[in-house]
Design a binder for this molecule. Sequence first.
Ligand code: FES
Length: 107
Amino acid sequence: MTDEHDQETVCLGSPEDYGTFPASVTLNGAPYWLVREGETGFRLLSALCPHAGGDVALHGDVFFCPLHFWTFGQPDGDCRNVPGERLMRREVERRGDGRLYAVGRDY
Ligand code: FES
């Protein structure tokens, strides 16, 4: 049983609450980017760089870490310049109430 206060399921509001995507969100105190996945889906990508924890910022249509210049695509979060590296992900579900929910844990 989960609800919006559960550590593993967090309500993110409705998509209409966000002006554009990717959108910056904070989840349990940690920064993420909420990105579109396909026509109707969504996903969270950690905004902390897997290399050394830099703040990953949106730069055009990619995410960019200013510390050592790693660049990540969306919606997969795969690193464009270091094969095999990627941003941590978390699944997002749109439920019957029309809202988005972050579910599970980062992977
Ligand atoms: S901390 Fe992001 S590239 Fe090094």
